[in-house]
Write a protein that binds this ligand. Structure first.
Ligand SMILES: Cc1cc2nc3c(=O)[nH]c(=O)nc-3n(C[C@H](O)[C@H](O)[C@H](O)COP(=O)(O)OP(=O)(O)OC[C@H]3O[C@@H](n4cnc5c(N)ncnc54)[C@H](O)[C@@H]3O)c2cc1C
Length: 572
């Protein structure tokens, strides 16, 4: 059998959501809950450290902002697919989280009068993004990490790769994990779990996400019987640096940057006359692709045609003060200086609006299991997330799920017994099947083809025939995946093995995403179908739920929770 380690609570993922959850569970239990926090890389290497532009919160009700306005912006931005009760909880809670981080020592950027600074962000009708220069995620992670260190009841399992979630008789029992530095196969047994394993951005080739963001937690939850919600909604951010895909934060436009086509025109006048470059991301991404497709883009490498993001008029002082990371990236990667040169950009895969279905408190359908952050879908973002609302969501539901899981742990006497046959089956899957696989297919070729297929078939604009072709391609890749060659037989730091596990997860998620997109015969938020260009509230104002089956995803639908706001035409 495997080595068994026992804790009260296992937190699967150590990004913003996972760290915030660990602090809250420790805090409400006064350090009495024994917590494991597991991550496949080192703690400060979660993708959250890459968050740049800001975290949205209503901090100035006296100056014209309000939580109701934040809620309305979020719901309109979501193309009315967000659950409105969750949005209300979100906008009411996040201001407290900002102040809490301030008390924990985060160096928020400040106004001249010493108050916390905020900058404009797309789709928000008030300058609402709280920031720490253009390194917001880095400072948030560092502050949470420093705060967490005071709790001795939290054990960090860095470089532990979770491979499955153990559920028996609908009860959570623990997770299986590979200790990457020793090669040991371990069971982390616990009373409860918070899945905070992040998004699935590397489903696409041209992406802002770090290579570690492979949707593992979503795929493992799906295989353990939990439904994935609204996975067809994948956000394209309007400004990915060409050709690397590195994010040029929305703060570039929040600070006043312009989008310019090859004729030198500021084209957003045509598409969003009021909000211009600060319209939501789905609107701007479609506008850019229209400019490029109609011949008003610049020719880029490998078909990556682009438009220009122009910051030159902001001046050196403002760029150096507010966007130092952006300048550094442009100089290092493209040998251009935004003070003097426009930046080549195009829409880039950026964020999974969908994820593991949860209720308003982040609880899943398996008792004792919660999901928070990008891995979960409490449905605050619906069909399109507003910028700066994701780090905010991680903080809010990290806090909520941490408190809930701690309370649950104190009620439950002991973790469920380890289901030994399942553990044996998982061990066999990894060591006897995957690790020993010596087929004729190249794993990395399959991974590359999957990403190209997603770029081509499920992009900013979609249509039925491309989606059908994409689905066929994914199915054929899955067959080829069964015949890969891992090559390296070692168990210590075997990157081929981890990449194979990740690619298996991505294949599952790709199938769910494309199946959902094919079925949804309307255009809503980030899901824009040329063959069904209109939003269709009569038939499609509902969430997609995808359940695992051996034959492929089985879809069900559930209603959107509406409280106060009625759908209207989205104009910006
Ligand atoms: C470049 C960039 C800039 C962004 N800027 C902003 C911004 O300014 N504002 C904003 O609101 N949002 C922004 N976002 C989005 C936001 O940063 C993310 O949605 C958010 O940080 C996700 O946090 P998380 O805690 O859910 O997951 P992550 O931070 O992705 O953490 C996931 C954790 O899960 C672990 N994990 C995953 N799989 C496994 C496994 N199999 N075994 C063990 N551990 C595993 C990882 O090791 C990691 O610790 C940005 C995103 C990117 C990519």
């Amino acid at each position: 059998m495997a080595d068994v380690i026992t804790h009260d609570l296992v937190i699967f993922g150590a990004g913003l959501a996972g760290l915030r959850a660990a602090i809250e569970a420790s805090r409400v239990s006064r350090g009495k809950i024994d917590i494991a926090i597991v991550s496949k890389n080192h703690l400060m290497r979660a993708h959250s450290v890459a968050a740049e532009g800001g975290t949205s919160a209503c901090m100035r009700p006296e100056d014209g902002d309000s939580v109701e306005l934040h809620a309305w912006d979020t719901i309109k931005g979501s193309d009315f697919l967000a659950d409105q009760d969750a949005v209300e909880l979100f906008v009411r809670t996040i201001p407290r989280e900002i102040v809490q981080l301030d008390h924990w020592g985060i160096p928020w950027s400040r106004r001249e009068d010493g108050r916390i600074a905020q900058r404009p962000f797309g789709g928000h009708s008030y300058p609402r993004a709280v920031l720490a220069q253009d390194k917001t995620g880095f400072f948030e992670m560092q502050t949470l990490y420093d705060t967490l260190l005071q709790y001795k009841s939290v054990r960090h399992y860095n470089e532990h790769f979770v491979t499955s979630i153990l559920v028996e008789n609908e009860s959570f029992c623990g997770v299986t994990a590979l200790n990457m530095s020793t090669g040991a196969f371990e069971v982390i047994r616990a009373k409860s779990m918070i899945i905070a394993s992040g998004g699935a951005g590397t489903l696409f080739g041209f992406t802002t996400y770090s290579q570690t963001v492979t949707g593992d937690g979503m795929a493992l939850a799906y295989r353990a019987g939990l439904p994935l919600e609204d996975m067809e909604f994948l956000q394209f951010h309007p400004t990915g640096l060409v050709p690397s895909g590195i994010l040029m934060t929305e703060a570039c436009r929040g600070e006043g940057g312009h989008l310019i086509n090859s004729r030198g025109e500021r084209f957003m006048h045509k598409y969003a006359p009021e909000k211009l470059e600060l319209a939501p991301r789905d609107v701007i991404s479609r506008s850019e692709m229209t400019e490029i497709e109609e011949g008003r883009g610049f020719t880029g490498p490998n078909g990556l045609d682009y438009i220009h993001l122009d910051l030159r008029h902001l001046g050196a002082d403002r760029i150096n003060a507010q966007l130092p990371l952006i300048r550094e990236i442009c100089i290092d990667y493209n040998d251009i200086d935004p003070i003097n040169d426009p930046i080549p950009c195009r829409p880039v895969a950026h964020y999974s609006m969908g994820g593991i279905e949860t209720d308003i408190h982040g609880a899943t359908r398996i008792k004792g299991v919660w999901a928070a952050g990008e891995a979960g879908c409490v449905s605050v973002h619906g069909a399109n997330r507003l910028g700066a609302n994701s780090t905010a969501e991680c903080l809010v539901w990290g806090g909520i799920t941490g408190a809930q899981a701690a309370a649950y742990c104190s009620e439950i006497p002991a973790p469920a017994p380890v289901p030994e046959d399942r553990v044996e089956a998982e061990k066999k899957r990894i060591f006897d099947d995957l690790l020993a696989r010596r087929g004729s297919e190249n794993l990395y070729e399959i991974r590359r083809e999957l990403r190209t297929c997603m770029d081509v078939s499920v992009g900013v604009f979609r249509n039925g025939s491309d989606l059908n072709e994409g689905l066929e391609k994914i199915k054929s890749l899955r067959k080829r995946y069964a015949d890969i060659n891992i090559g390296d037989p070692s168990t210590v730091y075997n990157t081929n093995l981890y990449h194979a596990l990740e690619t298996g997860n991505l294949l599952d998620l790709a199938e769910v995403l494309v199946t959902g997109a094919l079925q949804r015969t309307e255009s809503r938020g980030a899901h824009a179908r040329r063959d069904y260009p209109e939003r269709n509230d009569a038939e499609w104002l509902k969430h997609t739920l995808a359940f695992f089956s051996e034959e492929g995803p089985r879809l069900e639908y559930k209603p959107v929770t509406m409280t106060t706001w009625h759908p209207v035409e989205r104009k910006y």
